[in-house]
Design a binder for this molecule. Structure first.
Ligand SMILES: Cc1cc2nc3c(=O)[nH]c(=O)nc-3n(C[C@H](O)[C@H](O)[C@H](O)COP(=O)(O)OP(=O)(O)OC[C@H]3O[C@@H](n4cnc5c(N)ncnc54)[C@H](O)[C@@H]3O)c2cc1C
Length: 409
């Protein structure tokens, strides 16, 4: 059992950390660097992306042959955590959702031609992308078997009709990965497709207003009324849509956790700085036991989260599906982020509720963590199912969990 980072990974991690400290965190304090949706302004982002690329810190999750950093999941865990110590970090390094997850799945399942057309422009930062799965009632949400948007085969094309919502980045994306129903089969009734923003037959009905700051392109509600997709833009086989979704969502959930750990750490850093200098009753807040209990609890939850993330990451690196480990990490880290930022706001007093620090930004952002890519309740049922089915094997130290369960919630 080895808990130290390999030296080459730690070197990248240190360089990411320095970039975040020197180039990104200073930008956060000036409102002029924000767009109207509380994210980093596009021209500022473009400048930072140029610098990150020049520093060799670009798309670390992608193979070097594509212009990425070639990191394994364990390396990504260390670096993504550092990146998201700044709220601007993931976008600057081209490791933000949903591009991050879309790149990883296209790299896994795309043909060479599909990778050239759909993946490489995202890796190079020339376009953005969206993942199009969730639907409003009565369509598919937590239960993807309920997906109602249809793709009907006509010759060598598919015609798509239906509605999707909460599609992150839709207002700025050019490449869309769509999951649609192609038959009534519960498990093999879905298929995955790519389409381009300029194709006719779909429209952005609205940009859904949300409580938190927005990713670039917001969260779209989409209507499909006859979008035609060439069969060559289908990913994997007909009926393998949920498999594609699972291949995408597993690692993407984990990279969410990696980033959320960074936000949690930043929250605790801000709290630590304040309680170290703020006096009350003649003592620094940091010297009060009640304050120490809050900080200790929050820091411990973050460290537990990191262990869960690293465990899941090492399993993914070994080729496992790691469904159970991913679910545990997702549930725990979402809660650890809440605990950390809530503690930090409380210990900063009125300052914590202000916009003088990014804490209120992180707090509003954090609320989505218990919902996106599977609500916490759904992940807990996945864990319970593993416990019930696997009995003793659930606690087996050496189990690799190679892909015996291919798809499901
Ligand atoms: C900010 C944000 C960004 C998102 N980005 C995307 C995106 O880019 N692409 C995309 O396709 N989707 C996206 N989503 C959608 C997200 O994945 C879904 O909201 C999530 O999967 C839950 O589905 P739902 O909203 O339909 O909730 P529902 O299925 O309606 O469930 C509502 C609640 O019921 C409970 N529940 C549901 N099922 C169960 C169960 N089996 N057991 C116990 N409790 C249950 C949970 O508490 C759940 O939160 C995004 C959502 C948000 C908020």
């Amino acid at each position: 059992m080895e808990f130290t980072l390999p030296a080459p990974i730690d070197d990248v991690r240190r360089r990411v950390r320095a970039f975040v400290d020197e180039r990104l965190i200073p930008l956060e304090a000036d409102r002029v660097n924000y767009d109207e949706h509380e994210n980093v302004r596009e021209d500022v982002l473009a400048r930072m992306r140029g610098e990150a690329r020049a520093a060799g810190l670009w798309a670390l999750q992608m193979p070097k042959s594509r212009g990425g950093g070639g990191l394994p999941f364990v390396g990504m865990a260390a670096c993504y955590e550092e990146m998201n110590r700044s709220i601007f970090g993931p976008a600057a390094f081209n490791s933000a959702a949903p591009d991050d997850g879309n790149m990883m799945v296209l790299e896994r399942v795309g043909t060479d031609a599909q990778k050239t057309r759909w993946l490489q422009p995202i890796v190079e930062g020339r376009v953005r992308s969206s993942f199009v799965m969730t639907e409003p009632h009565p369509g598919g949400g937590s239960d993807p078997a309920m997906i109602a948007t249809t793709a009907e085969k006509r010759g060598d094309r598919w015609v798509v009709r239906g509605r999707k919502w909460f599609i992150t980045g839709a207002d700025a994306a050019s490449h869309f990965l769509l999951i649609a129903r192609t038959s009534d089969d519960a498990r093999r009734g879905h298929t995955a497709f790519m389409f381009h923003r300029d194709q006719p037959g779909w429209r952005l009905l609205r940009r859904i207003p949300i409580m938190g700051p927005e990713e670039h392109g917001g969260h779209g509600e989409l209507v499909f009324d006859g979008l035609e997709i060439d069969d060559g833009d289908r990913l994997l086989g007909v009926g393998e849509g949920l498999k594609v979704a699972q291949i995408r969502l597993g690692p993407a959930r984990l990279t969410h956790c990696m980033r959320w750990l960074g936000l949690a750490r930043r929250s605790l850093e801000i709290a630590q700085e304040y309680i170290g200098r703020r006096m009350s009753g003649g003592r620094r807040l940091a010297d009060r036991e009640s304050v120490q209990l809050q900080m200790g609890e929050a820091a411990m939850q973050v460290r537990i989260g990191r262990l869960l993330v690293m465990h899941a990451a090492s399993k993914l690196d070994a080729g496992a599906m790691a469904r159970n480990e991913l679910s545990m990490a997702k549930v725990h880290v979402a809660d650890a982020l809440h605990r950390a930022v809530d503690t930090a706001i409380q210990l900063n007093g009125g300052r914590g509720y202000s916009k003088d620090t990014p804490l209120e930004w992180i707090y509003r952002y954090a609320r989505q963590a218990r919902l996106v890519d599977g609500a916490s309740e759904v992940h807990k049922t996945v864990i319970a199912r593993h416990l019930a089915e696997d009995a003793e094997a659930f606690f087996d130290w050496n189990r690799l969990d190679l892909p015996k369960r291919s798809t499901s919630a």
